[in-house]
Design a protein around this ligand. Structure first.
Ligand SMILES: [Zn+2]
Length: 373
């Protein structure tokens, strides 16, 4: 991962590069900020830059032996820790999942926690950073470096670290062995244990700028400039989210169809159809459910804008205007805030590993009550 592969964030890149030039790389840093802003790829690109044998003023070279190993995430002085789940056969440590970790990162380093969960299990299991992992970290960092001047330990989502693991690591993070850099990458800094947080120096990674995001969407998805801007705004600087909009036009038209069927069931108060609908949705996996809910939320908001005649505030693609009109007619605007709150709450529970089927059915019943109250 090189800095040039990361969308936007130019001032952060410059700041990180400067720490290497000035030889004042902090031994324990916490990259934090909203999802989809590129914290993890920045951490990896920074580590690659630190280790590169032929770095330039603006980036690692991409071709030296160190970079080559970094590009595949197999450098022996680059270590990763991330949430995993327990099973009977193995210790719950990151090394058991490292192949999957490399795969998902090489596909896209802008993945979400629930995409990670989907990658490692199809069941509703909780993933954490466990005490066994802390022991592994201490063991790995007490070894000499193999090839680089620096050892780098990237801990993704330290907020998922349990308290025993954290306690074991406090001393290590406070006084790591020489030439060791911890980079913690947090999506929710408020929930990181304070004892860990106070031992790291914070680096805030903001959402990706609207212009940078638009440019990326135009280049990557061949999007029209107007649509790219709409999606950049909607995604609030979250690349994972923006991609959901474009990933394939199939997903988007599929979402439209699902929403259409759902709306018909809701308006007709057809309980049987709602049951079938939530059944079918629950078979699609967490990510898909979440992407649909985001889409639905967007449509309900837009239909409000449409009904209140503020077309200049409508962030909607040309091809979807007709449907917005239909949705706008079907719902009672007085309850739009409540409808949005219910959808957001369903999203929240699915994100936190709740049972999709029950959550979506419950949501349907609540919306039946609200839609034409
Ligand atoms: Zn290099």
């Amino acid at each position: 991962m090189q800095f040039k592969d990361i969308v936007g964030q130019e001032s952060i890149k410059a700041r990180l590069i400067q720490t290497v030039k000035d030889e004042r790389i902090n031994h324990a840093q916490m990259f934090y900020g909203p999802p989809g802003s590129g914290k993890l790829p920045l951490a990896i690109a920074y580590a690659q830059y630190i280790s590169c044998q032929n770095r330039s003023e603006t980036d690692s070279c991409g071709t030296c032996p160190s970079c080559k190993k970094y590009q595949k995430l197999i450098h022996p002085d680059l270590h990763f820790v991330f949430p995993v789940f327990k099973d009977k056969n193995n210790k719950p440590v990151s090394d058991h999942f490292i192949e999957k970790w490399r795969e998902i990162n090489l596909e896209t380093p802008y993945f979400t926690f629930s995409q990670w969960l989907d990658k490692i299990t199809s069941e509703n299991k909780q993933a954490s950073i466990y005490r066994d992992e802390a022991q592994e970290i201490i063991r790995k960092l007490s070894l000499k470096t193999y090839e680089s001047e620096f050892k780098v330990m990237i801990i993704w989502l330290p907020e998922k670290m349990n308290i025993t693991a954290a306690n074991k690591l406090l001393k290590m993070i406070e006084e790591p062995p020489p030439k060791t850099v911890f980079i913690l990458v947090s999506e929710n800094r408020g929930t990181v244990l304070p004892t860990i947080m106070s031992r790291t120096s914070p680096v805030r990674i903001p959402p990706i700028g609207e212009e940078d995001m638009s440019k990326y969407l135009v280049e990557t998805y061949n999007a029209q400039a107007g649509d790219a801007l709409v999606v950049s705004r909607l995604s609030r600087g979250n690349l994972a989210e923006a991609r959901n909009h474009f990933q394939t036009s199939r997903t988007r038209s599929e979402n439209l169809e699902i929403l259409n069927n759902w709306m018909i069931a809701l308006v007709k108060k057809d309980i049987r159809a709602c049951l079938d609908w939530s059944d079918e949705m629950s078979s699609k996996g967490r990510e898909r459910q979440k992407s649909f809910l985001t889409f639905a939320l967007h449509f309900f908001r837009e239909s409000l804008m449409y009904r209140t005649k503020k077309p200049q505030l409508n962030y909607v693609l040309e091809s979807e205007k007709a449907f917005i009109e239909k949705v706008a007619k079907a719902i009672n605007l007085k309850y739009i805030q409540q409808i949005n709150d219910e959808i957001e709450s369903a999203y929240y529970h699915i994100e936190r590993n709740g049972m999709g089927k029950i959550i979506l059915l419950d949501l349907s019943f609540k919306l039946i009550r609200l839609i034409q109250k």
